[in-house]
Write a protein that binds this ligand. Structure first.
Ligand code: NAD
Length: 260
């Protein structure tokens, strides 16, 4: 029997085949879960639907997470379709390009609100909306980045949003613990995706990462998918409120200078 047989998973955040959410959806499916997808809006459907269908998903629904009514609607539809949900993946982030370059102090009030709303508050909103249909033994997983803890040039407001997201993971883990549901985050090293392309200087950061990280290679969406399977399975039954690094060990480095 596979690790996730009999479990229903809903994955938020597939935009295309490079999305981390897609790596996770494929891995959950490969380990036996029934997977549904939710995507941001109509323009993405053309890309997302064929991906979903290739893993047998018959729940593929839009949800703009800035819209409470859309969140309530997708939760209701998921309840009607699946009955109960065992796994909820949050792989969503957004900030204006303007905010992902230059000094952090140039962040606009509106840009700050939007980044925090889409990238951090949405986890809280989804957790609240899905709480009634989450099954005991279930797991929530969110995606974060090391720029929450240390300064990553140009990451700016997204680093602040990720700090809020990680703190939310801990508070949600506390809330959901008595319901037997675990909440964790995966802190992934840089991966070439649509969202990453918005961060100024990402390409050189990506190249440098493989040179300096202890395991000397870049991270793939498959690597992240495998850790998500662990966090959603019984293998991690007493792990909650944690940020798990999938970064080839990058976070243990005190310096990223390469000794000559
Ligand atoms: P991506 O662009 O493929 O995924 C981001 C997703 O967020 C997209 O599907 C997009 O449609 C969705 N989204 C944006 N606004 C939304 C809204 N209002 N409502 C619903 N969905 C919305 O890029 P990705 O790199 O796969 O990002 C997934 C997650 O992984 C993000 O949280 C990101 O911060 C995180 N992450 C990425 C990296 C990286 O290097 N790519 C590293 C660590 C963490």
């Amino acid at each position: 029997m596979s690790l996730l047989t009999g479990k229903n998973a809903l994955v938020f955040g597939v935009a295309n085949k490079r999305s981390i959410a897609w790596g996770i959806a494929q891995a959950l499916h490969a380990h036996g879960a029934s997977v549904g997808l939710s995507y941001a809006g109509p323009v993405l459907e053309r890309r997302v639907r064929p991906l979903g269908e290739s893993i047998g998903a018959d729940f593929i629904e839009p949800c703009d997470v800035t819209d409470d009514a859309a969140i309530a609607a997708v939760a209701q539809k998921a309840g009607e379709h699946f009955g109960q949900i065992d796994i909820l993946i949050h792989s969503i982030a957004h900030a204006n390009r303007d905010e992902l370059q230059g000094p952090y102090y140039h962040t606009s009030r509106e840009g700050f609100h939007m980044a925090l709303d889409i990238s951090a508050y949405s986890l809280v909103a989804l957790a609240g909306a899905f709480q009634p249909i989450l099954r005991r033994g279930g797991a929530l997983v969110a995606l974060t980045y090391y720029g929450s803890e240390k300064v990553a040039p140009n990451y700016n407001v997204m680093g602040v949003a990720k700090a809020a997201l990680e703190a939310s993971v801990r508070y949600l883990a506390y809330d959901f613990g008595p319901q037997g549901i675990r909440v964790n985050a995966i802190s992934a090293g840089p991966i070439r995706t649509l969202a990453a392309a918005g961060v100024s200087g990402f390409k050189s950061l990506y190249r440098h990462f493989a040179e300096v990280t202890p395991l000397k290679q870049n991270i793939t969406i498959e690597d992240v998918g495998n850790t998500a399977v662990f966090l959603c399975s019984e293998l991690s039954s007493q792990v909650t409120g944690q940020v798990i690094y999938v970064d080839g060990g990058y976070n243990i480095l005190a310096t990223t200078e390469i000794p000559q």
